[in-house]
Design a protein around this ligand. Structure first.
Ligand code: HEM
Length: 398
């Protein structure tokens, strides 16, 4: 099988301006051979049809034991935190997912509505501006507060998870040691909280997982730790970015803002279109080919690493008419954005993220009828990151 040359680093343009960079790749080199920031070769898949099919392809494993190269980017974490859903294939994955799935059913999530509203109201009451950085004042703390309550992490014990996540997700090579430090801190924190909970169980997800381990033997100790880590980690960053990106989309599209305020466009439709148009989680978890296969006509060898670009698939003109246009009405016409993935690993927290987004944006618009950006949109800074589409700050005024 002929091999394409590996470009030295993950294209900087994809970090600085992902929408334009990916548009070029979809056109010219849709299954692109590149390298992770740590230098590991990776195939970057960018077209909708290829990404959609690959997300549910059992020949692509999430278990890094199937990698051909050992320097697995983002795997500088202690192995104690590895044993979670996004590193596991069936049948282990099926067992782990079943164990926590009941905590995330739409009905269970809807029962959190009042609590999410109350956390939102408290955060809005505490706005110190104008101006205010909406990421720091609402978008970050809301999902963080909710996921900590769901897991049962008491307020006094919470740490700066946001700073740890930012370090862990840093796109820059050479920060592996910082990343390892952040991982160790996270690991230590989780060990402490699990040991506290063992002494005094409460009615929360972490206690339920501890019970599954201690009494039913259905979860190993490493799985318990790693699952707590995944839920904490996956449970807020993407949801925070959905709130930030949806608010920005409305503030830069006055017609849609007006229609949303008047109720002719629903906040739910705005969120769905935001998930497509400015996808918070830009890449699915890396996968490894279990056998030689082809994607989009390109040969991939067993053990090769594959990245599926969700942000790119969601702007593919073969699936979405005028894909660069932000149009909330399209979510009723065209289903099928891939922001939450697809198949057995599809996002378990989708209902929770939608609920948080709906309450945050609705409450924000209601509370501040004259809300607008406090700086020109082109001055906003995005985290330079290949995994997330995330504003550093979103200054607003009213
Ligand atoms: C807008 C917000 C969110 C987005 C865009 C998002 C996106 C995703 C995506 C794309 C995947 C699939 C990854 C893959 O197949 O490689 C995923 C999986 C997952 N997400 Fe989310 N997520 C969001 C919010 C949440 C929340 C609030 C939680 C709550 C705990 C959560 C928990 C999970 C878990 C546990 C998985 C792994 C599922 C599995 O492997 O079976 N996510 N998410």
């Amino acid at each position: 099988m002929a091999r394409c040359p590996v470009t030295p680093t993950f294209g900087d343009e994809l970090v600085a301006d992902p929408h334009s960079g990916y548009a070029r790749l979809r056109e010219a080199d849709p299954v692109h051979r590149t390298a992770t920031p740590d230098g590991a070769p990776v195939w970057l898949v960018t077209r909708y049809a290829d990404v959609r099919a690959a997300l549910a392809d059992p020949r692509l494993s999430l278990n890094k034991a199937n990698a051909r190269t050992s320097n697995d980017y983002l795997a500088s974490m202690p192995p104690e935190l590895d044993a979670h859903l996004l590193n596991t294939d069936p049948p282990g994955h099926t067992r782990l997912r079943r164990l926590i799935a009941t905590a995330f059913t739409p009905r269970r999530i809807d029962s959190l509505r009042e609590r999410v509203q109350s956390i939102t109201d408290d955060l809005l009451d505490a706005f110190a501006g104008p101006p205010v950085d909406l990421m720091a004042a609402l978008a970050n703390p809301l999902p963080m507060g909710v996921i900590c309550e769901l897991l049962g992490i008491p307020e006094g014990t919470r740490r700066d998870f946001r700073a740890w996540t930012n370090t862990l997700l840093s796109p820059l090579p050479g920060v592996a040691s910082d990343s390892r430090t952040a991982m160790r801190q996270m690991h230590r924190f989780l060990l402490e909280i699990i040991s506290d909970k063992r002494a005094r169980r409460t009615d929360d997800l972490l206690s339920a997982m501890i019970e599954a381990h201690d009494e039913h033997d259905s979860l190993t100790e490493p799985e318990l730790l790693a699952m707590a880590f995944l839920i904490l980690f996956a449970g807020y960053d993407n949801a925070a970015n959905l709130i930030g990106n949806a608010t920005l989309a409305l503030l830069t599209h006055p017609d849609h803002l007006r229609a949303t305020r008047e109720g002719t466009t629903t906040v739910r439709a705005v969120l769905e279109e935001t998930l497509r148009w400015n996808t918070p989680s830009t890449l699915a978890a890396r996968r490894f080919a279990l056998e030689d296969l082809t994607i989009g006509g390109v040969g991939i060898r067993a053990g090769d690493r594959v990245w599926l670009s969700l942000i790119s698939a969601n702007r593919d003109a073969t699936q979405f008419q005028d894909p660069d246009l932000f149009d909330p009405a399209r979510s009723e016409r065209t289903a099928g954005h891939l922001a939450f993935g697809r198949g057995i690993h599809s996002c378990l927290g989708a209902s929770l993220a939608r609920l948080e987004g709906e309450i945050a944006v609705t409450s924000l618009l209601r509370r501040f009828p004259t809300l607008e950006l406090a700086v020109p949109a082109d001055e906003l800074q995005w985290w330079r990151n290949i995994h997330r589409r995330s504003l550093e700050k979103l200054p607003v005024t009213w």
